[in-house]
Design a protein around this ligand. Sequence first.
Ligand code: ZN
Length: 216
Amino acid sequence: MEEEEIKAEICNVMKNLYEKNLVASLGGNVSARLPGKEYFWITPTTKFKAGLKPEDLLKVSVNGELIEGKLRPSSETKFHAAIYSVRNDVNAVVHAHNPISTALASLGIEIKPITVNAVLTLGKLKVLEYETPGSKELAEKISANVGNSNVLILGNHGVVGLGKDLAEAANFVEMLEEVSKINLIAFLLQSLDKRLTLKTIPEDEVKALIRYFCKE
Ligand SMILES: [Zn+2]
């Protein structure tokens, strides 16, 4: 993938998040880089997120310094930079405000392994406590705790998907919302009728799936 393709793809991913109700008009941010590069492209702050064009994007070094671009970079540029600087395998970072994932996490409702996607998400998930958006502390907390996770929940804020490319990072964000939605529906139905029993994927199978799909 060439630089211009990556920039166009960032705009597409951002538009998709908006259309799927995972961010509001000015919310969320997306970045990506060509593998091995010491800089990445990121969405600007305070601009309608479904109407971004490649020329609106900003080029930023993995140290967080602005290299190129007319607009102001996303307020979360610090944590994108922090992720790229600790994870050579990550070439895309997608941050959204998934309503259901964020609600479940705020209530401390655990996501259960109801579906295979839930297992695969859980195998790569890390939940972090609240930190002020845009702060150095949030960036430090993420880089210190990201490990080999591909999907993070930021307490009382939203979620972050990480991937080898934009498709993978965006998929983690969407998959987390999908499994959160299934968990919410099951949780609500069960609380309406206590006789209902929630069947989850057996523990041995969960372990085997995680070993197979979430290793490294
Ligand atoms: Zn946010």
